[in-house]
Ligand binder design. Structure first.
Ligand SMILES: Nc1ncnc2c1ncn2[C@@H]1O[C@H](COP(=O)(O)OP(=O)(O)OP(=O)(O)O)[C@@H](O)[C@H]1O
Length: 399
């Protein structure tokens, strides 16, 4: 065999006399004869690489990593101590012979210590990675939940705003490029305004122990107003927008947008006339079922108005202008169970075939003398498609 064979007596660190038989030969050949390489660190590095590849694999439980790393460490340690101890001893002997310094059996223990050190470090790293991954997962879950909650809240707010404001105004308020403190207002021409009040509701409203301090009276008023709202849901009244209800007075307007204003056929005015007639029928229906004798008084006018939204915290859409004042006066100066309209409204409705009677000239505060009319029935054109009062909550609750 080519190479150098050294036999050296040596004392171990424990004081034992040891014999070495170290051969530095052709490692290629020696490979086949047995493990006589003098650089077993290569194997150690290979094992460390295996351990690294196992440690960096993210999608593995740290406990599995711990078992794997411990298994590798244990297996290699057994090889170092029992089956391939000569490799490490030979290396130590070579170092000892070539340098004169060193200690036999050192590299075995150093190798095991290094492996143990790496195993501990990898396990700590694995535990930290797992903790971070779990935390990430929880945060993602929380973020997802919060995102969904925000979306629900946004949808709810959108619905709420759409209920408080007319659709076109709600769209404006929900748009992102709107300045927060910008006053929303628009001028609208030819808007048909209706005021409907139940003047004798105040006689009905009494606060007694028997009616829960007036709450039962308010419940009935609420049902009447809800019925009026419900009628507006009908397709033929889609041009009409409820403005508000104040006490027993209901206010609505038709033609507030270009889409709902019909300057040619004045369908928004005829819709309002039909709506006024429906309100009267509805109250009759309520009276029948609740054994009351409420009377409605309605006033209608047409003209230009300014529409806008007032308030930041509880924004309220409203309309203002002389036409609104006159419409309110048509109600307040009207008669019970009658629909009083101005001359402008009369001209439109008359042309559309609605039966109207002239009331004559009345004194209107702030406006002087005005000729007014009473709308007495449906248009001849629409008489066929008359409808019965809505199947209202009122009817159901007061039967
Ligand atoms: N946007 C509106 N909402 C509700 N009511 C309105 C609105 N605009 C005007 N009115 C009503 O129209 C009526 C006529 O208004 P006008 O300004 O001519 O008279 P006024 O002297 O202010 O009112 P009043 O004499 O009734 O106290 C008032 O009763 C007012 O309440």
């Amino acid at each position: 065999m080519d190479g150098l064979t050294v036999q050296a007596p040596k004392k171990s660190s424990l004081g034992h006399r040891l014999e070495f038989n170290v051969t530095r030969g052709d490692e290629m050949n020696d490979c086949h004869e047995g493990a006589t390489t003098h650089f077993p660190d290569y194997f150690t590095f290979c094992v460390l690489l295996v351990m690294v590849s196992c440690a960096v694999y993210q999608l593995m439980f740290s406990i599995i990593k711990l078992l794997l790393l411990a298994g590798i460490c244990l297996a290699y340690s057994c090889m170092v101590i029992f089956t391939h101890a000569t490799l490490f001893d030979n290396q130590d002997a070579l170092i000892l012979l070539s340098t004169g310094y060193g200690e036999v059996f050192v590299s075995r223990y150093v190798t095991i210590a290094v492996l143990l050190g790496f195993t501990v470090a990898f396990v700590i790293h694995a535990r930290q990675t797992e903790a971070t991954s779990r935390l990430d997962f929880l945060w993602k879950l929380q973020a997802h939940g919060e995102k969904e909650e925000t979306e629900h809240l946004q949808a709810y707010n959108r619905k709420l705003i759409s209920n408080i404001l007319p659709e076109h105004v709600a769209i404006h308020f929900l748009s992102v490029d709107r300045a927060a403190d910008e006053l929303y207002h628009e001028e609208c021409e030819s808007v048909c305004i209706l005021f409907a009040s139940i003047p004798n509701f105040s006689d009905f409203y009494v606060e007694l122990e028997s009616n829960n301090e007036g709450v039962e009276c308010l419940r009935l008023l609420n049902e009447i107003i809800a019925d009026f709202d419900e009628i507006l849901e009908e397709e033929r009244f889609k041009n009409i927008e409820k403005i508000k209800s104040t006490g027993a007075t209901y206010m609505a307007a038709a033609g507030l947008t270009k889409a709902t204003r019909d300057l040619k056929n004045f369908s928004h005015v005829t819709a309002m006339a039909d709506y006024a007639l429906r309100l009267r029928d509805q109250l009759e229906y309520v009276n029948e079922h609740s054994f009351n004798n409420f009377k409605i008084r309605i006033g209608i006018n047409i003209g230009p108005v300014v529409a806008g939204v007032i308030g930041a915290r509880k924004p309220q859409y409203d309309i203002w202008g002389n036409a609104v004042n006159v419409a309110s006066r048509m109600d307040s100066t009207g008669e019970l169970d009658k629909i009083q309209v101005t001359q402008e409204v009369y001209q439109i409705l008359h042309k559309k075939g609605y039966p109207l009677t002239c009331r004559g000239t009345i004194k209107v505060k702030g406006k002087g003398d005005m000729v007014t009319y009473f709308l007495t029935g449906k248009s001849h054109d629409t008489i066929e498609c008359s409808e019965s009062p809505a199947s209202t909550q009122t009817g159901q609750n007061h039967n």
